[in-house]
Design a binder for this molecule. Structure first.
Ligand code: NZQ
Ligand code: ZN
Length: 388
């Protein structure tokens, strides 16, 4: 095991009826609150009214930014930065899924940057600070409620770029599984695929020697495979929703990454898909992941893929590694496309090979993607083609 620093400072209130602590937590950072949210699901579910009531009860001053898009746009971020400056905001309150939280992170960071917030993503201009962020999570997927990163899209340049800074990690997150009861089957499935992918991106690392973390990740992946179908069949099953929610946070909050150095593989490829076609992140990952596994399966990786198959999908322990690995890929595909009901090809999404070469080059950052196995643009293009 390599050296690492463990520092995950987000305070979590988990469970129903915890919003009564919202006012006291916000007050620690000041009195002027910018509430950020998406296209209105929080109004339909009644969560907006509950949040506003808590803010009023605490005597805080409320401002709002609504309409943050899925695959959030830099235009929304810049609007938020302007509101923060105009109203001298002390603390940001993101209520929603990963898109709302990610946009809020860059609003908080953009506040400290003299210029367009896109500079923080495109030019690698250093992020220096971030306004304090409190979140109320409504969708189990990205882990943004407990991690230090965010991903923002720019429609003009067809870019979707992720970046992070320790100051962007939420200070406090309210995780109430009942707030996800209204998430429909499609977003529930996409969220599960995203959580699973975060774990797989870390589990399949080139560093090795993560025995204890590997066992924990296997448990988390198995949890997703167990809980997601229950949540689909019974949207108000508390245990299923609770397990998905806590797994989403732990999949990417930094704990499992402590000793890992290599880059991720499927996320950079998916971000190009979302950038060019504005598709849902978890759906893109679901289509890519089994094809990526097939691409990297060789003599050397077979034992690792086989262990994944045996521990997460209970593949017969007696099967030789290569066969077990193949069976694991088949069971993962069956889980994503049959059990979760996600579409299984790019063609089904209306995506053809027009932009594959450009997307592959961008996914590799203009060079080689140094993931579990190095991926050159030609490898990424081959994986894209296998998804057609
Ligand atoms: O916008 P509203 O009206 O709220 O509706 C949303 C949206 O349409 C809806 N929704 C959310 N909670 C709901 C609900 N509908 C009913 N009931 C609820 N309780 O669901 C739709 C999708 O929401 P969104 O926030 O876009 O989904 P998600 O949480 O999956 O976030 C996806 C974004 O996060 C990025 C993705 O790339 C994508 O842009 N990621 C962020 C990461 C991070 N910060 O670490 C890592 C991930 O790998 C990912 O890249
Ligand atoms: Zn993801």
């Amino acid at each position: 095991m390599q050296n690492f620093v463990y520092d995950i400072p987000t305070k979590v209130y988990f469970g129903p009826d915890q919003l009564s602590h919202l006012g006291e937590e916000l007050k620690k950072f000041g009195t002027r609150v910018l509430l950020t949210y998406g296209g209105g699901s929080i109004k339909k579910t009644g969560l907006y009214d509950r949040v506003v009531a808590e803010i009023e009860r605490a005597g805080l001053t409320l401002f709002e930014l609504s309409g943050i898009e899925p695959n959030p746009r830099i235009t929304s971020v810049n609007k938020g930065v302007a509101l923060c400056r105009e109203h001298k905001i002390d603390v940001l309150l993101a209520v929603g899924g990963g898109s709302t939280i990610d946009a809020t992170k860059f609003i908080g960071a953009g506040y400290y940057h003299d210029g367009d917030a896109w500079d923080l993503l495109s030019d690698k201009t250093p992020i220096t600070n971030c306004l304090p962020i409190v979140t109320v999570l409504t969708l189990s997927a990205t882990g943004s409620e407990m991690d230090a990163g965010g991903v923002i899209s720019n429609l003009e340049t067809r870019d979707k770029i992720g970046r992070g800074h320790p100051a962007m990690r939420p200070k406090v997150s309210f995780l109430d599984p009942t707030a996800t009861y209204t998430v429909g089957p499609y977003q529930t499935a996409c969220g599960a695929a995203d959580i699973l992918s975060h774990l797989m991106e870390t589990y399949f690392n080139a560093d090795g020697s993560l025995y204890m973390l590997d066992r924990m990740m296997e448990g988390l992946m198995e949890t997703v495979v167990h809980a997601a179908p229950v949540a689909l069949a019974e949207p108000e099953n508390y245990e299923a929703r609770a397990n998905l929610m806590w797994a989403s946070s732990w999949a990417i909050n930094g704990f499992t990454r402590t000793c890992q150095t290599c880059e991720w593989s499927c996320h950079p490829m998916e971000h190009e898909l979302s950038a060019f076609y504005d598709i849902t992140h978890g759906l893109g990952l679901a289509i890519l992941t089994p094809r990526w596994m097939e691409h990297v399966l060789d003599e050397e990786s077979a034992p690792h893929l086989a262990r994944f198959a045996r521990s997460v999908f209970r593949v017969d322990a007696a099967l030789p590694d290569r066969e077990a690995a193949r069976e694991g890929i088949a069971r993962l595909s069956a889980f994503l496309f049959d059990t979760l009901g996600l579409k299984s090809t790019f063609t089904a999404l209306g995506i053809d090979d027009t932009h594959f070469a450009e997307m592959a080059k961008k996914a590799c950052g203009g060079g080689v993607l140094q993931g579990y196995r190095p991926l050159r643009p030609a490898d990424v293009e081959a994986i894209f083609r296998a998804c057609l």
